[in-house]
Design a protein around this ligand. Structure first.
Ligand code: ZN
Length: 86
């Protein structure tokens, strides 16, 4: 395989931690599901289950509205890992 796979294990982090609700104000709780450009990671990469992915998506969209996380990141401000700059 030419491209190195970043995520190997496929399990839902939220199911494992038994989280029933993801608070959009708690950035720590969903930062695993954000890419370095603050995009929502697809389920096939994070291994989240459908239920939790929907919650994460909801939380991230709310967080963007209240400017907790940016909508777009330009080329200059891309960081190697999300939330390093925050
Ligand atoms: Zn889950």
């Amino acid at each position: 395989m030419a491209e190195k796979r970043k995520f190997k294990k496929r399990y839902c982090k939220y199911c494992e931690a038994k989280i029933d609700f993801i608070d959009y104000k708690d950035v720590e709780s969903y930062k695993h599901s954000l890419s370095e450009r603050y995009k929502i990671m697809p389920r096939r990469l994070t291994g989240n289950c459908k239920k939790h992915q929907d919650m994460v998506t909801d939380a991230i969209k709310k967080a963007r509205q209240i400017a907790l996380i940016p909508y777009v990141v330009d080329r200059k401000s891309v960081v190697p890992t999300a939330f390093e700059a925050l």
